[in-house]
Ligand binder design. Structure first.
Ligand code: SAM
Length: 203
């Protein structure tokens, strides 16, 4: 499919989408907010006064939700892109896969982490299988980072795509966490291969 055809389809989809309209009305930067909200309503992962890392945070709607819901928490986000200021959220611009950046993320906190959320995804190439593999690698890295840096009672949430890396991620999460659930929030587009993995309590 040609690039301008993809973007026309994307614009038409956005116009029809109720979550896009709702996010604009409610002052959120992306429709992605509702995915985290629905995950949190079901799995109760966001508490007050905790240490949170938000991976792949631009334009910032998950951080907006965390900032509103998790008062007195210490929140640090990272993305390749800049994110406009959000109350009580510090932002690091850079590649999460770079080990120096991972050290910066952990050094920001005095204690270990309570929650790591990852909505990281690579720029779509139009090849859904390839995109799923690349985003799968991001999820695996996010899980390894979480296992190393979460408190025993901590939680990890990550976007994952149905595809060749799906089983590997689920199995690894089951080895490292006591509770592992897969959930596709109602606001996640039906035609997207995206789902979310919710992991609690390090083994
Ligand atoms: C779906 S968007 C995130 C939306 C965000 N959760 C929100 O609510 O606004 C995915 C993000 O992952 C970021 N990303 C992809 N690869 C990354 C990497 N290696 N390091 C940091 N961020 C990355 C992209 O730049 C993009 O902004």
């Amino acid at each position: 499919m040609k690039k301008n055809k993809i973007s026309k389809n994307w614009i038409n989809k956005q116009r029809r989408d109720i979550y896009v309209r709702k996010s604009k009305l409610e002052g959120y930067r992306s429709r992605a907010i509702y995915k985290l909200k629905e995950i949190d309503e079901k799995f109760k992962i966001v508490k007050n006064g905790i240490n949170i890392v938000d991976l792949g945070s631009a334009p910032g709607s998950w951080s907006q939700y965390l900032s509103e819901k998790s008062k007195n928490s210490k929140i640090l986000s990272i993305d390749l892109k800049e994110v406009k200021e959000i109350f009580n959220v510090s932002h690091l611009i850079g590649d999460f896969l770079d080990e120096n950046n991972q050290s910066k993320l952990t050094n920001f906190f005095k204690d270990k982490l309570d929650l790591v959320v990852s909505d990281m995804a690579v720029n779509t190439t139009g090849n859904k299988d390839l995109d799923a593999i690349s985003t799968g690698e991001l999820s695996i890295n996010a899980m390894n980072f979480s296992v190393k840096n979460l408190k025993k009672s901590g939680s990890f949430v990550s976007k994952i795509f149905m595809g060749s890396t799906f089983n590997e991620i689920v199995q690894n999460c089951k080895i490292n966490f006591k509770e592992v659930k897969i959930f596709k929030p109602p606001s996640s587009r039906k035609d997207s291969k995206e789902s979310f993995i919710i992991c609690k309590k390090i083994r």
